[in-house]
Design a protein around this ligand. Structure first.
Ligand code: UN1
Length: 506
């Protein structure tokens, strides 16, 4: 079943991992070999030969050339190319979705959702290609017109993570494309095959445009990421991944006064009020905490329950956890697949041990499943008093539950972590909901009412504050990060009045 899939997607057992566009695969890249492992079995799927620094440099040279031509094409024409990519993704949705399931262990509907997210981004970007609006500004000088316009920025570096191996690329690539930027993509070494398959699809869609170097791909490890960060040819580096990765990259980009768009970790919380619809809250909490096996940056990690409802809510949640089908993610009824690898399993078990050592009570889960692959039990831990481990993001399905007495306390607890990505309150009380959304409420980039922390739509700007890095991707006006703003004043009169009434008569 999987051999056929790889063949249909143009993937070989040993595949080069550097490509500049249609016909642009580098035959023998000089970088490290990366073996993609099926996390559901622990068995290798295929090997990808990554790019050397030399391969990367040549790719960026091509991106620089492509940018010079691409930026002169009217934006709606660029949108037409992106429309073709969206169409090609639609045609390959089934296969690409299955590959996501195979390579990173997402359940089938999430694998398909990942591809749908790329399609949605393409559609969004096509519309955007006719809406890259600038303002007209009232000039204080007679006979003058002032306005701003947005120009393409340059080649963009895109670093993506394993957990959304292609959707997060599309947040950047589809928008950067209509904005007139070329790009070089470094996917996660944990999910190289999915990026190769998408590159094949994109290549076919842009064939005939003569735009070599527009959508470039360079599989590689941290050495390529480091080079990107320091690469003057990339005015923008958009990176998704851990806080540690962001903190390593940001100073390097800043030292050359480049732009970094960072979408880093989260330690997301949900407050459940006694005035909430508890059935709704229970379902939302379960999906947010265990969906994608707890490997979303938006995964719910901290549950903040009002003390009057905590015992009953946790009993019901633990019962729901115990009935969750964990297993092969391509099977229909499974809801929780594997973690991405051995290190992730070890990280989870270590976190559970530390939680116990700090006085946490494991209500259910906490163990590895006795089977091949990287499966763990969804885990619910009750914090009695301070639980320092709950202030660390562990990329696994561990949910720490704690209680509060009044909303001030809940908000303080909620905002007490280093990250500021996603957040939610469950309440039917208008005042509580509005306070959560007010300036003294949630400090996150995403704040929801009666919806879980994960599963954002692409139409909004996605990203967060504090250690999450401050960047915004996908919808709303996130496109502005991929363009340069130019303020223009035209004097159509015959005199030369100066601003602020300054006189300079000669
Ligand atoms: C991520 O985990 O890096 O909101 C992104 C969500 C997804 C995106 C998550 N649409 O959960």
């Amino acid at each position: 079943m999987f051999d056929d899939l790889l063949q249909r997607l143009g993937l070989k057992d040993r595949h080069p991992g550097v490509c500049s566009g249609p016909g642009g695969w580098v035959g023998r890249p000089g970088g490290e070999e990366i073996t993609s492992i099926n996390p559901s079995t622990g068995v290798p799927i295929a090997t990808v030969v990554g790019g050397s620094i030399g391969d990367y440099d040549a790719l960026v040279d091509r991106a620089v050339d492509a940018f010079k031509r691409w930026r002169t094409l009217p934006a709606p024409h660029r949108g037409e190319v992106v429309r073709r990519i969206g169409q090609a993704l639609r045609e390959h949705k089934e296969d690409l979705g299955l590959l996501v399931t195979l390579e990173v262990g997402k359940i089938r509907s999430e694998g398909l959702g990942e591809v749908q997210e790329m399609i949605d981004m393409a559609d969004f970007a096509v519309g955007l290609s006719r809406q890259l609006y600038g303002l007209t500004i009232a000039s204080e000088r007679p006979g003058h017109r002032m306005f701003e316009q947005w120009h393409p920025l340059g080649p963009v570096g895109i670093i993506s993570a394993f957990n959304f191996p292609v959707a997060v690329w599309s947040w950047n690539a589809m928008v950067a494309g209509v904005c007139g930027d070329s790009m070089v993509w470094k996917p996660s070494p944990l999910a190289p095959l999915t990026s190769l398959a998408v590159q094949h699809v994109v290549n076919r869609a842009v064939e005939g445009t003569g735009l070599d170097g527009l959508f470039g791909l360079c599989v590689g490890g941290t050495e390529i990421g480091r080079r990107m960060a320091g690469d003057d040819r990339l005015p923008l580096v958009s990176a998704t991944g851990s806080v540690a990765m962001g903190k390593a990259i940001a100073p390097v980009v800043a030292s050359r006064l480049g732009r970094a768009l960072l979408e880093l970790g989260g330690n997301n919380g949900i407050i459940v009020s006694p005035k909430a619809n508890l059935d709704l809250a229970l379902r939302a909490v379960a999906f947010a905490a265990v969906g994608t096996a707890g490997q979303r940056c938006t995964t719910l990690r901290r549950l903040i329950l009002h003390e009057s409802i905590a015992d009953g809510f946790l009993d019901r949640l633990a019962a729901a956890y115990r009935s969750l089908p964990v297993g092969d993610p391509w099977e229909d009824d499974v809801l929780v697949g594997p973690l991405i690898g051995e290190q992730a399993v070890e990280g989870m078990l270590a976190a559970v041990d530390r939680a116990k050592g700090q006085g946490g009570e494991v209500l259910c889960g906490g163990r590895r499943l006795d089977r091949p692959g990287f499966f763990v039990e969804p885990t619910l831990i009750r914090a009695r008093g301070d639980l320092p481990i709950s202030r660390t993001e562990t990329f696994a399905p561990i949910l720490y539950a704690t209680t509060y007495a009044d909303l001030d306390e809940a908000l303080a607890l909620h905002n007490s972590v280093a990250e500021g990505l996603s957040s939610a309150i469950f309440t039917d009380d208008l005042r509580e909901a509005e306070r959560f959304l007010s300036p003294e409420g949630s400090d996150c980039g995403i704040a929801n009412v009666n919806i879980g922390t994960s599963g954002a739509e692409i139409g909004g700007a996605f990203g967060g504050e504090k250690d999450t890095g401050g960047g915004r991707e996908a919808g709303s006006d996130s496109w502005k990060a991929y363009m340069r703003r130019q303020t223009c004043t035209v004097n159509y009169g015959g005199s030369l009045p100066l601003a602020q009434g300054v006189r300079f008569d000669i």
